[in-house]
Design a protein around this ligand. Structure first.
Ligand SMILES: CC(=O)Oc1ccc(/C=C/C(=O)NCCc2ccccc2)cc1OC(C)=O
Ligand SMILES: [Co+2]
Length: 175
């Protein structure tokens, strides 16, 4: 399964992802391919839409206290829904689909999430800190929302200016 990261401004990223009904080999192959892609790209979170699959599936693999990303910390969330939120926090987020751009985003401090694992077993997770931020960021992807969509008007303008400049640098104009 050869995957490619879908990058802003591709409209595919605005699609709403479908509920996963089949917890089958196809799903497992997708999750495994997403994991390879996420680690290869230095990501700590990845939603299926970011590799072109509009399915409600996401991966989280945060570095541990000595900054190592171990597969033991891998969390696979299928059909996640946030059922409780509390507090507020701000963090400078980045996204594999919006390369080289980082901005402060306001999120809930803590969340409780219901989801299913790759076999369809129902799970509940209480999260705070970076894990809570990552969960909210990835669940937004399933709703077609990017972190840049949550920026204030002025910061969004700053992003668009910087992004255009970066794109020009990448592909110098033909003239
Ligand atoms: C050049 C470039 O694009 O850099 C990157 C940007 C973002 C990322 C990864 C972002 C990522 O995993 N985001 C998951 C969502 C999330 C955001 C904030 C906090 C928790 C979870 C990786 C990059 O690549 C390198 C080499 O650092
Ligand atoms: Co992202």
């Amino acid at each position: 399964m050869k995957l490619k990261i879908v990058e802003y401004p591709d409209r595919k990223l605005k699609e709403k992802s479908e509920i996963v009904k089949q917890f089958d080999k196809e799903l497992h192959k997708l999750l495994d391919a997403m994991y390879e892609m996420m680690i290869k790209s230095n990501g700590i979170g990845l939603a299926a839409i970011q590799v072109g699959y509009a399915k409600q599936a996401l991966l989280l693999n945060l570095p541990d206290e000595n900054d190592e990303q171990s597969i033991d910390n891998l969390i696979e969330m299928i059909n996640p829904t946030i059922i409780k939120t509390s507090g507020e926090t701000t963090y400078q987020e980045g996204c594999l689909s919006v390369p080289s751009f980082y901005e402060d985003v306001d999120r809930y401090e803590s969340v409780t999430v219901n989801y299913q694992d790759r076999y369809g077993n129902k799970k509940t997770l209480d999260a705070d800190g970076l894990l809570s931020i990552a969960i909210q960021h990835e669940i937004d992807h399933l709703k077609g929302i990017l972190f840049i969509d949550k920026l204030s008007y002025s910061r969004r303008k700053k992003f668009e200016k910087e992004y255009k400049k970066m794109q020009k640098e990448k592909k110098p104009s033909k003239k």
